[in-house]
Write a protein that binds this ligand. Sequence first.
Ligand code: APR
Length: 238
Amino acid sequence: MFEKISDQLKKAKNIVFVTGAGISQESGIPTFRGKDGLWRKYDPMTLATIDAFYQNPKLVWEWYEERRQNILAANPNPGHKAIAELEQYKQVSVLTQNIDGLHQRAGSTNVYELHGSIITIKCTVCDFKDTITSNFTQLPPLCKCGNMLRPDVVWFGEALPQDIWKSAIEQSSSCDVMVVVGTSLAVSPANLLPVYAKQNGALMIEVNPDETPMSGTMDLSVRSSAAKTLPELISIVK
Ligand code: APR
């Protein structure tokens, strides 16, 4: 499967992964737009926008708490672990749209969370931010300043954390190889990152059971799952 790119892969110094919900699907966490995707069951405009939050903060919080419990009960899969292992051989960065923290739990040390994290919270008014360590006694939880706390995630219509986005563009524009794993590339600006890498002449690899809008521009597009394919990809470099 990887013969035609194995030499370039071995020579590569700096590999960037762009990941989405698909890489965590085999850890039991649903995707958004796949067959059992979250947006097939729930309306994102009533759960994942700032207006929805102010309209019904309790509903939004209950939904994120349910997801947080599922994520805490999940474990990294061979896909996450392969990326973490690759750090022993190459300079590796992970630009993830996932808020589940499974890359870090697998051992990846250079992870950029483009859409925030479900295990951190922030105040809607003051600059308080913290990691969730215990369950909340009330929803919505309140900050010590008296205002509501919210999940530290990026909702539709909100800007990405600018420092992380800036780094993501830099990483994408200077990598030798970009591996796009488990994302439909339906959401911007994250779906621009492969464009930066392509423009920079990086070797472009995609791992996804389904086609995406960029499949045609990839040097190699593998129609398979992350947990199955990434260990094979990494074995070439080892
Ligand atoms: N391995 C690899 N890819 C997979 C697997 C798997 N086991 N299972 C599904 N996929 C692919 C699907 O084919 C699909 O292309 O993962 C992709 C998941 O796409 P989405 O559900 O659209 O998730 P994602 O691309 O991460 O969504 C981007 O949208 O809803 C917002 O903020 C949310 O970060 C999210 C963003």
